[in-house]
Design a binder for this molecule. Sequence first.
Ligand SMILES: [Zn+2]
Length: 696
Amino acid sequence: MTMTTDSRSLTFRAAAIVLGLAVGPAALPESGPATTAPAERGIDLAGIDDTVAPGDDFFAYANGAWVKTTEIPPDRSSYSTGTMLEELTSQRTAALIKQAAGRRAPAGSEARKIGDYYSSYMDEASIEAKGLRPLQPTLDRIAAIEDKEALARALGGTLRADVDVFNNTNLYTGNLLGLWVAQDLDDPARYSPFLLQGGLGMPDREYYLDPSPRMAEIRSKYQAHIAAVLNLARVADAEPRAARIFDLEHGIAQAHWSRADSEDVVKGNNHWTRQDFEARSPGLDWPAFFTAAGLKDQPVFVVWQPNAVTGISALVASQPLETWKDYLGFRAIEHASAFLPKAFVDESFAFYSRVLTGTPKQRDRWKRGVAAANAALGEVVGKLYVRRYFPPSEKARAQEMVRNLTEAFKQRIDRLAWMSPETKAKAKAKLATLKVGVGYPDKWRDYSGLEVVRGDALGNARRAEIFEYRRNLAKLGKPIDRTEWVMTPQTVNAVNLPVMNALNFPAAILQPPNFDSTRTAAMNYGAIGATIGHEISHSFDDQGALFDATGKLDNWWTKEDLAHFQASSRELVKQYDGYRPFPDIAVNGKQTLSENIADVAGLAAAYDAYRLSLGGKKAPVVQGLSDDQQFFLAFTQSWRQKIREPALRQRILTDSHAPAEYRGDTVRNLDAWYVAFDVKPGQALYLAPADRVQVW
Ligand SMILES: [Zn+2]
């Protein structure tokens, strides 16, 4: 949950959590859901480019005509089936929220909260009239900081539950540090507070340190952006202050871990007692920091990037107080910008969306309002959404697919020739305790403690953030709640919670064309089936292999099994390192490894599950395509995407997923694909049978 529900945080989020998939017509009518007749809902034949041989470039074969005729909407940095479904879901949730706003439900009720939250955000006239006033108390408090102890208190006061190492894999926070409360990796019976590095205004350390001219240009634009924000806030001497703020962030970036290091679970699992902070990270007044953060009685933390915390803490001591105050003031404005007057919103868009992702047009305010309401009161909106759009029959149908996928996985484990019986038994134990959530959580979050005041857009956002922070702090010392969801039902995505050994498949991803009762089983298994398989297999990928059935960080593989697994992983790293979207930049096979393993394993399991679903019957030819052709085309069409160059470059640096195009080419690791499309040696995607990666 974040206060920056503008395009910036959406962009960062998108980079972290995109799974967005599936197939469908190039665009849906603005007015509502796809109402096309069943016959038109199969494989998108018009989207195929049959001038390309499937074996040379399967993504281009499956999607080439669609790519040629599709324009990325001006308010988007990319366009895909996922974004199309997001648009549709956004329209639906907006209608539900507006209904709630119009009714003026009883004070304190959930409907009233959501209505008031949205209305306050949409009331631009009142936001404009107030100017910076709603933020003034915060800025005054920063101005009054007179020593490093007060600075530590101010920094501690910014700590929020805004990062997530494994679930949504959101490693970014603009605050100096970020908090994630999750099951402890050594002791699955309790929650631990995880502290992550933060404090940068740009998405990753690379933006500060990469010497290329491209990045140097982005840096100078960022410094100009800082100055522009300070000028808008009528801060004197904006340019020299901007230079000092930039330098401070540059210093923070130097202390940061790289994305790949931050994804290394074993490296990150460092338990620090309170004394360790003083001993190992002098500089920041830790007692003052933790007291302000409401964590003064917490004895142990997991410090995910220890030397980053040490480096950041040293900067608190070495850099002048005035610089830190300027930095804090600037960050406070940035953080609030979505809820400030238009000039601030536009300046934020100009840098974060136009410069960083190449998006020309700002998203309509109502769409940003829906996103803001989802961020603050996600499960309230979700409850309304599933009541209207996710009937029990759809839930049952999805659960049936999950059962087949799980069974397919179990059979694959049994069949693996290279795996020892002990490891197999442990893998099956893990599969048996996997908790699969479909559509929405079993129990909904209680928002009764959240105060929403009509007319106070910024205050509402701040209270929602603090509410979420306290909700997370309250978990400390309590038993683990395995029913908790980390995605709202109206999210077009899916997620594996590796430590909790649980999966969430939100209702919004379980809709056509991903999951469509009018399409053939082969198509459904190729699209949503592969996604379900992808998420299940995360429990068994390079990270999943580290956690046992209880979520304890305890590698459950024998040495030999692990060696085989790592050898397969190396092959896959090589495969993805070979993909070059631009001459100067390649996909990072190591950074994307877990996701790539999940793609390969998920597709293979979906293929088996499809066979299981047939129960020995033969499937008919549909649209002139065999069922295997339908399966693979549905899969790769589900990965269709157009993306602007700066956005793609940003994702390659910050995303743990490979670009969509290469995810669509996962098919080259399955033998059945070679038969279905008559792929021969010499073709560009051809892999000799020994080079096809089969982890599971
Ligand atoms: Zn994944």
